[in-house]
Ligand binder design. Structure first.
Ligand code: FES
Ligand SMILES: [Fe+2]
Length: 406
C-alpha cells in the first residue's frame, strides 16, 4: 500500500547559497555503501518480488489516455504481470478491467481493438458492454436466447481495476484496498493546478526498448549531476547547479525544480509555443522534474509536458514510453517547426542516455555495485528514490548479504 510519510523534509542551502538540497540519507559516512543491492538490478526473483511489493501495492502508470481516444477503443496492457484492458467507455471516462473472460478466463484481446458496443470473447462468444457488464452469453441455458438471469449477469461483470486518469496518463492500483489516487498524487496535482491538462495535445511519442533494469531509468532521470557531461548542449555545469531538490511526498514524489529556469536556457522566442493554460508569471520560466513513484517520470515547463513512463518487462528489460505534449492551440501549422525541434531535442537527450544506461547495467554484475557512492551534495533525491524501493522491497534488511554469500 502507498503510505503517506510523516517524515518532515528539511532543505539546506547549497555552496552557492542560491539553491537548496534536501537533507536526505547521504552523508560522507555512506560513501561506498549501496542502498539498493546490485542483484536487485539483475535477478529475476528480485524483479518478481518488486512487481508484487512495488507495482502491485500502489498506483502505477499503466498507459496514455491518447492510446484510446474514441469510445469503444480497447487496449491491452500488462501491469505487475497482470493482463489488463484499458477501455474508453464514454467520451469522458476510461475504465480498466482485468483482461480475463468471466467464463473460462481467456484474455479478451491481445491487440488494441475498436468495438462499436461490446467486447466479445472469441471462445464461446460471451460479450461485455463498455462498462464491463455482461451483455450476452449465447446458449447459456442451451437455448439460443438463453442468457443468464439478471442476478447471474450481475455476478459475471468483468473484474474492475481501480483506475484514474490525470495529465494524459492512466494510472491503476492493483492492491486489495486501494486508497484514492488523489491521496497519493494529490500534492503534485495541487502543485501543478495552474496547468490545464485538459488542453494537452500529443506532440510526439516514441518507444525505447532497453536491456536495462527499470530503476536505472529512474535514477538517471533524477541525476542532475550528469547533465553537463552527457548532455553538454543542455547547458553548462552552472545549469545543473541551479536546480533545487524538491520532495513533495518522501514516499512517492521526489525530484527537482529550476525555479527560475536553467542558466543558459534559450529565452522564449516570438514563435514560442502557447502556454498550457493560464500560467502565472512566476511559473513561466520554471521547470519541474519528478518521479511519481514508481514508474512515471514527468517533466513540466509552462509550454510543454514530457513523460517517460516505464514498463518493466524483466530484471534486465524495460520499455520506455516517452511522450511530449503541448497545448492544443499549438496544433496549428505555424507551430509545426517549433514542435518538431522541441521533440527532436528531447528525444535526442533521451538517446544520449542509452549507452550510459547500458554501461550502468553492465556494472551491476560487479561486486563494486554493492559499494557505490551516491554523493550527499548531488544525489539525495536519487537516494530517496532508492530508499523507497528498499523499504518497499525489503532490501537492506540483511537478506542481500545472504544472497551475495550464496
Ligand atoms: S472463455 Fe470467454 S466465452 Fe468462454
Ligand atoms: Fe541524461
Amino acid at each position: 500500500m502507498d503510505t503517506a510519510s510523516t517524515t518532515p523534509v528539511t532543505y539546506i542551502p547549497t555552496a552557492s547559497g542560491k539553491n537548496v538540497i534536501v537533507e536526505g540519507p547521504l552523508t560522507e559516512a555512506t560513501l561506498g555503501t549501496s542502498i539498493v543491492p546490485a542483484y536487485a538490478y539483475t535477478d529475476e526473483e528480485a524483479f518478481a518480488h518488486e512487481q508484487q511489493t512495488i507495482f502491485r501495492s500502489g498506483w502505477s502508470w499503466a498507459g496514455y489516455a491518447h492510446w484510446i481516444p474514441n469510445v469503444g477503443d480497447v487496449r491491452p496492457v500488462t501491469i505487475a504481470g497482470s493482463p489488463l484492458l484499458l477501455v474508453r467507455s464514454t467520451e469522458d471516462e476510461i475504465k480498466v478491467f482485468h483482461n480475463s473472460c468471466r467464463h473460462r478466463g481467456m484474455v479478451l484481446t491481445e491487440e488494441p481493438i475498436e468495438v462499436t458496443q461490446r467486447i466479445q470473447c472469441a471462445y464461446h462468444c460471451w460479450s461485455y458492454n463498455l462498462d464491463g457488464s455482461l451483455a450476452a452469453a449465447p446458449y447459456f441455458t442451451r437455448e439460443r436466447r438463453g442468457n443468464p438471469s439478471p442476478e447471474a449477469k450481475e455476478r459475471l461483470h468483468l473484474l474492475p481495476v481501480a483506475a484514474a486518469t490525470w495529465a494524459g496518463m492512466i494510472f491503476v492500483n492493483l492492491s486489495d484496498d486501494p486508497r484514492p489516487f488523489l491521496e497519493s498524487a494529490g500534492p503534485l496535482v495541487e502543485r501543478w493546478s495552474y496547468i490545464d491538462f485538459d488542453r494537452l495535445h500529443l506532440g510526439a511519442e516514441r518507444e525505447f526498448d532497453l536491456a536495462v533494469n527499470w530503476k536505472l531509468c529512474v535514477e538517471n532521470f533524477l541525476d542532475f549531476y550528469h547533465l553537463p557531461f552527457v548532455h553538454p548542449q543542455v547547458g553548462p555545469v552552472a545549469a545543473s547547479l541551479d536546480v533545487d531538490d524538491v520532495v513533495i511526498e518522501p514516499s512517492l514524489i521526489v525530484g527537482g525544480s529550476y525555479p527560475r529556469g536553467a542558466v543558459g536556457k534559450a529565452k522564449k522566442s516570438e514563435d514560442q509555443l502557447p502556454y498550457l493554460g493560464d500560467v502565472p508569471d512566476d511559473k513561466k520560466e520554471s521547470q519541474d522534474i519528478f518521479c511519481l513513484f514508481p514508474n512515471a517520470l514527468v517533466f513540466l515547463e509552462a509550454d510543454w509536458f514530457q513523460v517517460i513512463a516505464l514498463d518493466p518487462r524483466s530484471a534486465t528489460h524495460t520499455v520506455e514510453h516517452m511522450a511530449v505534449f503541448v497545448d492544443k492551440d499549438a496544433d496549428d501549422p505555424r507551430f509545426a517547426e517549433s514542435i518538431s525541434s522541441l521533440v527532436e531535442v528531447l528525444f535526442h537527450v533521451n538517446e544520449q542516455d542509452i549507452p550510459f544506461l547500458y554501461k550502468l547495467q553492465a556494472g551491476r554484475r560487479s561486486v563494486g555495485s554493492d559499494h557505490t557512492s551516491l554523493v550527499e551534495h548531488w544525489d539525495q533525491i536519487t537516494a530517496m528514490f532508492q530508499t523507497i524501493v528498499a523499504s518497499r522491497a525489503g532490501y537492506g534488511t540483511g537478506s542481500e548479504a545472504a544472497r551475495v554469500d550464496d
